[in-house]
Design a protein around this ligand. Structure first.
Ligand code: CUA
Length: 417
């Protein structure tokens, strides 16, 4: 009898140890899990709005932890103190039950009210603070518009007007000035989406036909991960974006580069042949295979900066010219704007004038390098199921791309810095 109970105990402990071991194994290599400093952490935050929201969370946690400890201790004490100690205890008639002690009940009501007040004060303060840019900072605020589409984000910069083409438009990477409040107008263009950059601010819904907004501020230059936080169809989970916060000089340089028309590479004669003769890209991608190189994660802001510079030395101008012609003949231009290169495009699809200068493609899902670009162009339906480029473009217009076409298009798009 004793042996079996010993074995049961050991087995139980073993299971707990196994579970703990499993958890450690699952997350062991991922330091971010234990330090809570991942890309989308709401605990390791980098801006005052997120900080204010984190504060409300922590206050609530501490208050409820205190309540938990008090209630838990009383329960444990009573369970132990009044336990049945013998057979006779178990058979005994329960003692007469008391009904209420006014002092204790009033005390408990008072304590509950106190706990609620402790939570309510910072909550109300935070609601007021995060509602809109504080009055004293209004003059310094930068304004952008963000639109949610299935499954990507469009960003407009109303302050940056381009002669003949209206305001500056970009996609999937929102570049903001660091240290300045940014007021973001939010709209959903088809279904309800939600704009969320966990390290900078809590989520706010993007609703069709209803104006919504939020504000945020990045304390310092940085590279932040954003995610649509409202279920919006097939590829909701891969509807991502980035926020890049830059110092005043870098931000100005970026604006100047972005407002310029698409980059032209050296002119080529019609007889010039592509020198590189079409790189062969991988084609055996699995549906959910990661689209990131580990180097990128080491210093994403530096990677972003590196993306801004054209690699003129290694460019194959004839291949780029071929890609540009294909972009037109395959009707890509009828959806995507490449300002200065060809007339076409619509605001309902990602702007590509400076796509080469972004660190991500496919709605923030893949790293913007030649290999991933080839993967995206040749298998958009596999990368992002249900996407409009595949359904309304590839299928509707019967677009077929040979590996050589893909190679030329990759060269062209990568040249658009
Ligand atoms: Cu857009 Cu979920």
């Amino acid at each position: 009898m004793r042996l079996t109970s010993l074995l049961t105990t050991l087995a139980r402990r073993g299971r707990i140890l196994l579970a703990l071991g499993g958890l450690a194994l699952l997350t062991g290599c991922n330091l971010d899990f234990w330090t809570m400093k991942g890309h989308q952490s709401t605990i390791a935050v980098d801006g005052p709005v997120a900080k204010s929201q984190l504060n409300v969370f922590l206050v609530t946690c501490w208050v409820t932890l205190v309540i938990f400890i008090i209630v838990g201790s009383v329960l444990a004490y009573a369970t132990y103190k009044f336990r049945a100690r013998s057979e006779a205890d178990e058979q005994a008639v329960p003692p007469e039950q008391g009904h209420g002690n006014p002092l204790i009940e009033l005390g408990l009501i008072g304590a509950s009210v106190l706990a609620l007040v402790i939570i309510a004060v910072p909550t109300l303060k935070s609601i007021t603070y995060t509602a809109d840019v504080p009055a004293e900072e209004k003059a310094n605020a930068y304004e952008v518009n963000a639109y949610g589409y299935q499954w990507w984000f469009k960003f407009e910069y109303p302050a940056e007007q381009i002669a003949g083409s209206g305001q500056l438009v970009s996609a999937n990477e929102l570049v903001i000035p660091a240290g300045r409040p940014v007021h973001i107008n939010l709209r959903g263009m088809d279904v309800i989406h939600s704009f969320w950059v966990p390290k900078l601010a809590g989520k706010v819904d993007m609703i069709p036909n209803r104006g919504n907004f939020l504000w945020l501020k990045a304390d310092a230059p940085g590279y932040f991960w954003g995610q649509c936080a409202e279920y919006c169809g097939d590829s909701h989970a891969v509807m991502r974006f980035r926020v890049i916060a830059l110092g005043p000089k870098d931000f100005n340089n970026w604006l100047n580069a972005q407002t310029a028309p698409a980059r032209e590479v050296a002119k080529v004669a019609s007889t010039d042949q592509p020198k590189a003769q079409f790189a062969a890209y991988r084609s055996d991608w699995k549906r959910n295979e990661a689209g990131w190189s580990p180097q990128f994660e080491l210093n994403p802001l530096e990677s972003w900066k590196a993306h801004q510079e054209p690699d003129a030395k290694h460019e194959d101008t004839a291949l780029i010219a071929k890609g540009r012609a294909l972009f037109q003949s395959k009707t890509c231009f009828s959806c995507h704007v490449v300002r200065g290169h060809m007339v076409g495009g619509s605001g309902a699809y990602p702007e590509l004038t400076h796509v080469g200068a972004r660190t991500t493609i496919a709605g923030g899902l893949l790293e913007n390098n030649a290999e991933q670009l080839a993967r995206w162009i040749s298998h958009p339906d596999v990368v992002k199921p249900g996407n409009k480029m595949y359904v309304n473009g590839y299928l509707a217009n019967n677009i077929k791309l040979t590996p050589d076409d893909v190679s030329a298009l990759v060269a062209y798009l990568s040249s658009l810095k």
